[in-house]
Design a protein around this ligand. Structure first.
Ligand code: SAM
Length: 321
């Protein structure tokens, strides 16, 4: 009896694994399943608001860290899994000169590509890693707003922005679905890194990461995501772009959410996402009997490996006519 309890607490949910095989195909799902058992390397981004990559790397190398640069982001570096705690405890994390996050997370702001001087919003922002990346890409200029409704997370966001030298970011403790009624369609770019079931963060060494997962939770997340994606789109000016992302594999939280926006908003166009990495699959065009518009195949599902977390990404444009 005790053994049974232990197995169920430390094994990934069977329903989740069955769904994974349907989403990714049996061959891929077996490979991906391994990634829930392997230690993952750590990664960081030098915060160009406060530090030059060469200077930060010199300090980190002197501390004995091994750095592998990301081929597509000059300020992004990967560190071996065994050095994760040396990295996270390094002084440059505390001073905000580097930010520890996964390369898949760095893809979001990179693909949204905000320009200096633009009006940009992060609609689900805490703890703020991607807000800081947006701020750095904007060179600290323009108008950047960050929205987060959960009080404790809101203060964590403010703290991270202060530490990262991004005091120009305006922060709002607010449900993102209320934003368009307050702002109208004024943003050049919107990042919606949506609250989700967190499937990409599952790891067998951390049973807490999947303890509360259920198909019902996936459906509940979808409800909120449908409201948030409509709010993000309504906040865009004509010609503006929104990057929608989740760290879930679930088509209910990904393709189905994007498809509902495409169906309901005639001015919504999905752009073909060109990823600078090899490990991805195109968005599904059907799931469990529901067909999605062909254009949903332009979305991307980043497949997890020893370096990358899983991530779903969609780049949406509001047409001018
Ligand atoms: N982009 C963040 C980063 O890189 O640090 C992570 C964002 S996390 C995936 C999603 C966030 O959305 C959480 O902080 C959650 O509290 C917030 N959230 C939950 N409900 C929301 C809502 N109705 N409107 C806006 N944000 C919401």
């Amino acid at each position: 009896m005790i053994v049974e309890t232990k197995v169920s607490e430390t094994s990934l949910p069977g329903v989740f694994l069955d769904r994974l095989a349907k989403i990714l195909g049996a061959a891929w799902s077996e490979i991906i399943e391994q990634s829930f058992y392997q230690p993952k390397s750590a990664a960081f981004r030098v915060n160009r608001l406060l530090a030059a990559p060469d200077d930060a790397c010199r300090d980190l190398l002197a501390a004995g860290l091994s750095l592998t640069p990301l081929s597509w982001l000059p300020e992004g570096f990967v560190v071996p899994a065994v050095q994760r705690s040396d990295l996270t405890r390094h002084r440059l994390v505390e001073t905000g000169q580097i930010y520890v996050h996964n390369p898949s997370s760095m893809l979001a702001a990179y693909l949204l590509a905000p320009q200096p001087g633009e009006t940009v919003m992060d609609l689900a922002a805490a703890p703020g890693g991607k807000t800081l990346h947006l701020a750095a890409l904007m060179g600290g200029t323009g108008f950047l707003s960050a929205v987060e409704p959960v009080r404790s997370r809101f203060y964590k966001l403010k703290d991270n922005l202060r530490r990262g030298g991004a005091a120009f970011v305006r922060t709002y403790q607010l449900d993102g679905r209320q934003v368009p009624a307050k702002t109208g369609p004024r943003f050049d770019r919107v990042l919606l890194d949506a609250p989700c079931s967190g499937e990409a963060r599952f790891h067998v060494s951390d049973p807490e990461s999947f303890r509360t997962w259920s198909p019902r939770k996936v459906r509940e997340c979808r409800g909120k995501q449908l409201g948030l994606i409509q709010a993000g789109f309504a906040s865009l000016k004509p010609g503006g772009r929104m990057l929608y992302g989740t760290c879930s594999f679930a088509p209910e939280e990904n393709e189905a959410v994007v498809a509902s926006l495409v169906r309901e908003q005639p001015s919504c166009r999905l752009l073909e996402l060109e990823l600078p990495i090899e490990n991805w699959q195109p968005g599904l065009t059907s799931w469990e009997g529901e067909s999605f518009p062909e254009s949903v195949g332009r979305c991307r599902r980043v497949l997890p490996n020893a370096v990358h977390d899983a991530m779903f990404l969609a780049l949406i444009e509001k047409s001018r006519d």
